[in-house]
Ligand binder design. Structure first.
Ligand SMILES: NC(=O)c1ccc[n+]([C@@H]2O[C@H](COP(=O)([O-])OP(=O)(O)OC[C@H]3O[C@@H](n4cnc5c(N)ncnc54)[C@H](OP(=O)(O)O)[C@@H]3O)[C@@H](O)[C@H]2O)c1
Length: 340
């Protein structure tokens, strides 16, 4: 199988790292920022139809995963035309190219397509009602993909977090602020299912490998408010919880309206994975383990290089420190009895 991943941000990069390690041929694209990577990368702007078609013609992928987006929700509200150009027109270009070259397509949407005005968990059968420009455009793009590509998958994650060398996300920002001893004000009336990017990448790969079709809620297994999530970040990383102050959405004056009770039902993806997606505690614990590994590598760099060299000589070419972390992830699953 050959996989083309559009966008090398947090999620795009995690997917490619994982598929390469599983021996699947993965190809990446970059837009503004090229990351150092062990896979081949093409420059691609999804708003430029010619650029999309040229890369597709050259690479001929079996599956295209489209992670490319403008997802700063307030910026989309301020610049609706630019949001439409990237999030809708750009996605349509990718869908058309998939049609022409016979590729399957997986598109990443968002939980924000729901209005968050219910206490129930949203299933894939519930009616969307987006409250912001960003969410309206993502929903428009979902429809284009599902209607125009025969073999399409749409996934809806929520508040994606994980280590990224280029950009901060909610968790890395909160971690850095708390570590510096800064107090932070966090809303306690916006509920979501925070999703570890590494786990989202696993869910996406499973959906592709199992040849699934349609819409899937690929979010973390627990719904909690942003203040509770931040307390969990402080707990897992051993930081000072008293620096986290609860505030209300009204205090923030955010330009775009956010859904307040946006809890996702993840039963459908749980059946595909044969395990629940990771909870915030499990996801944050994996991040902490990844950080500890990086610290160890810096501290014992020379010795670890020697160990890698010996492993290489003994034909362990596919050995990678993150595999050990992944096996910690499988330990968590074993502990809670969800191991396949
Ligand atoms: N982050 C969240 O909390 C969240 C929640 C729900 C859903 N999502 C969705 O999940 C997907 C992946 O998010 P992420 O966290 O990985 O975001 P990310 O790190 O910002 O990655 C987005 C990628 O899209 C690329 N891109 C932007 N405009 C493009 C264009 N015109 N053509 C091609 N590529 C373009 C960016 O390139 P440059 O960096 O070079 O500009 C970046 O590599 C997005 O579709 C987003 O809407 C995100």
């Amino acid at each position: 199988m050959k996989l083309l991943v559009i966008g090398n941000g947090l999620v795009g990069n995690k997917i490619l790292q994982k598929v390469i390690r599983r021996g699947i041929k993965g190809i990446g694209t970059w837009y503004n920022t090229k990351k150092e990577a062990e896979y081949k990368q093409y420059k691609l702007d999804k708003t430029n139809k010619q650029s999309v078609f040229e890369v597709m013609k050259t690479t001929r992928p079996d599956v295209v995963v489209d992670t490319g987006a403008m997802h700063n929700v307030d910026r989309c509200e301020r610049e609706p035309e630019e949001s439409h150009r990237i999030n809708v027109d750009g996605t349509e270009n990718v869908a058309k190219a998939c049609n022409k070259y016979g590729s399957d397509m997986l598109f990443i949407s968002t939980d924000y397509i729901f209005d968050g005005k219910t206490d129930k968990k949203y299933t894939e059968n519930d009616n969307p009602n987006p409250t912001s420009i960003y969410a309206k455009h993502k929903l428009e793009a979902e429809k284009i993909v599902l209607e125009s590509v025969d073999d399409a998958i749409v996934v809806r994650p929520s508040v994606i977090y994980g280590w990224d060398v280029v950009k901060d996300n909610f968790v890395t920002w909160a971690y850095k602020e708390l570590k510096k001893g800064h107090s932070i004000n966090i809303v306690d009336d916006q509920y979501n299912n925070p999703t570890l990017a590494d786990d989202l990448a696993d869910m996406i790969i499973s959906l592709i490998e199992n040849k699934c079709r349609g819409v899937f809620h690929t979010a973390g297994s627990e719904c909690l408010n942003r203040y509770e999530f931040t307390l969990e970040i402080a707990e897992v990383f051993g930081l000072d919880k008293s620096l986290v102050n609860p505030i209300k959405t009204e205090d923030l004056n955010q330009l775009a309206e956010r859904p307040k009770k946006c809890c996702m039902d993840v039963d459908k993806i749980t059946k595909v994975l044969r395990r629940k997606p990771l909870s915030p505690y499990e996801g944050l614990t994996i991040m902490r383990n990844q950080l500890e590994w990086k610290d160890q590598i810096v501290r014992y760099g020379g010795k670890i290089e020697k160990l890698f060299f010996i492993l290489l000589l003994t034909n362990f070419q596919k050995f990678h420190p993150e595999e050990i972390i992944t096996s910690m992830d499988s330990n968590i699953r074993k502990l809670r009895g969800h191991e396949k």
